[in-house]
Design a binder for this molecule. Structure first.
Ligand code: PAD
Ligand code: ZN
Ligand code: ZN
Length: 375
C-alpha cells in the first residue's frame, strides 16, 4: 500500500538534550509539502559534527534528529517537485543549492543563502518541522536529519545519484569524502609536488589526505594525537605521521623545520582553536595556504597576530569542501562507480541504526573512522 500523502510512523534517534544518549523513539513523519521530498533512509555515516551537537559544541535547536551524511530512496514528493521522483536514489544536502541566490550564481561559493547552518533554525524552508514525537515538534538538522527511517528535505537539498550506486558506501559522499577531498582539490587547490600537512586523521582528515594525493602532492604529513590513526593515513597517501605529544617544541615549529621553511598547504580537521592556530603558523609565510575544515567550539575566537597574514599567508575555510553539492555529488558518485577513488578505507564499522549510541562511543573513544548505520 502506498504511503504517499500519509503520515509515516517510524523509528528515529531523537536527541532531547545535550550530553544525553540518543533515544530511539517512534516518530511521525508528515508528508512532504510543495517542493519537498520524503526519503526512506538506507545508510547514514556518523560524523564528528553530529557529536558536536550532542556535546553542545555546535548549537542547533533541540530536541532534534541529527545525522547528515546519508543516502536513501525517494518515497514520495510534494507538489511541484521536478528534480526527483519516487524510487530515485538520492543524497540529502547539508548545503542546499537554490540556483538563484548570489552564492549559487557565484563561481566559487557553495554556502547557498537558503542554508540552515550559519544560523540554524532547525526547520524546513517554510519555517516548520515535519517530525513529531509524543506530541512535540522535533527539529531538523542542517537541512538533512538522517538518523531516522524517513526524513523530509526541501527539493533544493537533495541530489539524485546513479541508480546502481551502493548506498551503504556513497552515503559518505554526503559529508566526509566530499568535505575532505574538496578541501584539498577545490578550496586549497593543492598543486603537484607540494608539501601538505593534515591535522586530524579521522574520516574527514583521511579524505583530505586522499585529495592531496590525487592533486599530486609530493609530501603529505599527518598530525594526530592518536597513533592508531597512522596506518590508515599511510594507506591512503600520508608519507609520514607525527604526534605533537612526542615533541617539546610547538608543533608548528616542528613542521616548519621538517619542511625547511613552512609547508605549502595545511588543513585543520580537528575542530580545536590551538590546532587552527598551529595550522596557520606552519605554512610558508609568503605563499602558504591554510584551510579550516574542523568545526570550532561555539562562540570561541582565535587570537592571531595579523603579521602571519601580512607576510602573504592565505587563511580559508569551507563547508563540504567548497563543492556546490547538487551539481557535484552526482559527479562524485559517478567517479566512485568508475573506481576513481575508494570509500572503503573510510568505513571502519557498520552497525544497525538501533546501535547508534554504540557508534558514538566508538567515535568518542577514537576507535572508529566512520561507522555506517544501516536501516
Ligand atoms: P574525527 O573525530 O573522526 O577526527 C578527528 C581527529 O583529530 C581524530 O583522529 C583525533 O585523534 C584527532 N585529534 C584530536 N585532538 C587533536 C590534536 N590536538 N592534534 C591533532 N589531532 C587531534 O572527526 P571527523 O573527521 O568526523 O571531523 C573532523 C572535524 O571536521 C570535526 O570538527 C568536524 O565537526 C569537522 C567537519 N567539518 C565539515 C565541514 O564541512 N567543514 C564537515 C564534516 C566534519
Ligand atoms: Zn559531517
Ligand atoms: Zn542558493
Amino acid at each position: 500500500m502506498s504511503t504517499a500523502g500519509k503520515v509515516i510512523k517510524c523509528k528515529a534517534a531523537v536527541l532531547w538534550e545535550v550530553k544525553k544518549p540518543f533515544s530511539i523513539e517512534e516518530v511521525e513523519v508528515a508528508p512532504p509539502k510543495a517542493h519537498e521530498v520524503r526519503i526512506k533512509m538506507v545508510a547514514s555515516g556518523v560524523c564528528r559534527t553530529d557529536d558536536h551537537v550532542a556535546t553542545g559544541s555546535f548549537v542547533t535547536p533541540l530536541p532534534v534528529i541529527v545525522g547528515h551524511e546519508a543516502a536513501g530512496i525517494v518515497e514520495s514528493i510534494g507538489e511541484g517537485v521536478t528534480a526527483v521522483k519516487p524510487g530515485d536514489k538520492v543524497i540529502p544536502l547539508v548545503n542546499p543549492q537554490c540556483g538563484k541566490c548570489s552564492v549559487c550564481k557565484h563561481p566559487e561559493g557553495n554556502l547557498c543563502s537558503k542554508n540552515d547552518l550559519s544560523m540554524p533554525r532547525g526547520t524546513m524552508q517554510d519555517g516548520t518541522t515535519r517530525f513529531t514525537c509524543k506530541g512535540k515538534a522535533i527539529n531538523h538538522f542542517i537541512s538533512t536529519s538522517t538518523f531516522t527511517q524517513y526524513t523530509v528535505v526541501d527539493e533544493i537539498s537533495v541530489a539524485k545519484i546513479d541508480p546502481a550506486s551502493p548506498l551503504e558506501k556513497v552515503c559518505l559522499i554526503g559529508c566526509a569524502f566530499s568535505t575532505g577531498y574538496g578541501s584539498a582539490v577545490q578550496v586549497a587547490k593543492v598543486t603537484p609536488g607540494s608539501t601538505c600537512v593534515v591535522f586530524g586523521l579521522g574520516g574527514v582528515g583521511l579524505a583530505v589526505v586522499m585529495g592531496c594525493k590525487a592533486a599530486g602532492a609530493a609530501r603529505i604529513i599527518g598530525v594526530d594525537t592518536n597513533k592508531d590513526k597512522y596506518a590508515k593515513a599511510k594507506q591512503v597517501g600520508a608519507t609520514e605521521c607525527i604526534n605533537p605529544k612526542d615533541f617539546k617544541k610547538p608543533i608548528h615549529e616542528v613542521l616548519i623545520e621538517m619542511s625547511h621553511g613552512g609547508v605549502d598547504f595545511s588543513f585543520e580537521v580537528v575542530g580545536r582553536l590551538d590546532t587552527m592556530e598551529a595550522a596557520l603558523a606552519c605554512v610558508q609565510e609568503a605563499y602558504g595556504i591554510s584551510v579550516v575544515v574542523g568545526v570550532p567550539p561555539d562562540s570561541q575566537n582565535v587570537s592571531v597576530n595579523p603579521m602571519l597574514l601580512l607576510t602573504g599567508r592565505t587563511w580559508k575555510g569551507a563547508i563540504l569542501g567548497g563543492f556546490k553539492c547538487k551539481d557535484t555529488f552526482p559527479r562524485l558518485v559517478s567517479d566512485f562507480m568508475a573506481k576513481k577513488f575508494s570509500l572503503d578505507p573510510l568505513i571502519s564499522h557498520v552497525l544497525p541504526f538501533e546501535k547508534i549510541n554504540e557508534a558514538f562511543d566508538l567515535l568518542r573513544s577514537g576507535k572508529s573512522i566512520r561507522t555506517v548505520l544501516r536501516f
